[in-house]
Each structure stands twice: as C-alpha cells, then as structure tokens.
Write a protein that binds this ligand. Sequence first.
Ligand code: HEC
Length: 110
Amino acid sequence: MASRRRMSLFGGIALICAIAAGGQAAAQQFPPEQINQGATLYASNCASCHGEKMKNPPWAIDLATFPRDSRARFIDAVTYGVRNMPPWGDVIKPDGVAALWAYLVAGEAK
Ligand code: HEC
C-alpha cells in the first residue's frame, strides 16, 4: 500500500522539484506555483486527517491555527512526525514540505 502511494506521488514530486528549483522566495512570500503544489500535496496526503482545505479536521489538530512564525516546527513535524502524526520525510521531499508550508501560510489563510 505504502509503495503504491509512493509511486503515484512520484510524478508530483518530480514536478515540484522542477518548479521549486526556481528558488525560494523571501520570508512569507510564496510564488503561486509553490502554493498550488502545496495544495495538491495537502489534498492527497493531509486532508484525510486535517480536513479538506484545512477546514473542519475530522480528528487531527486544526492547521488553520498553526502559528505562522513556526516554520521550523512545521517542517520538523511533517518530516519526522510527532506523536500520532506519521512522518512524511520518505514520501514528500523537502521541496514538497516547503510547498506545504507555503500553502499553509498563504494558500488558505488569507
Ligand atoms: C493519519 C492522520 C494524519 C495525516 C494523514 C496527517 N496528519 Fe498531521 N497530525 C496528525 C495528528 C493526530 C496530529 C497531532 C499530533 C499530536 O500532537 O499528537 C498532527 C499534527 C500535525 C502538525 C502539528 C505539529 C505541531 O508541532 O503541533 C502539523 C504541522 C501537521 N500535522 C501537518 C501535516 C501535514 C502537512 C500533513 C500532510 C503531509 C499531515 N499533517 C498529515 C495526523 C495526521
């Protein structure tokens, strides 16, 4: 099961790498492509627990309230997992985790 998910993610990850290779914008400024990539990753990996578009999470914490100045905490939690939250580091590349952060900060929180 895990390997099938990995396979289907692969195309997406390659695309993200291509887009993100353009470089990271300065703090809290995110290119729309990066936010869109984050939205796609979120929809396929995170929404089942954290709620569609970060709204009304079925049981995990509400990411809409995650502190916007805690980027490092977000990156660590997503990459390595925290308590009941599974680690994503072997499924989602650092570029993808950065895109998820862009989506969290700029995508749904406007
Ligand atoms: C299997 C359900 C599940 C999935 C899927 C999931 N999470 Fe979580 N997540 C949780 C739970 C449960 C917690 C609360 C962990 C705790 O504190 O016990 C959590 C916590 C978090 C936190 C907060 C960590 C902190 O420091 O407070 C972040 C950020 C987060 N998740 C991001 C994500 C992202 C991004 C994804 C998609 C890549 C994702 N989660 C997918 C269940 C999930």
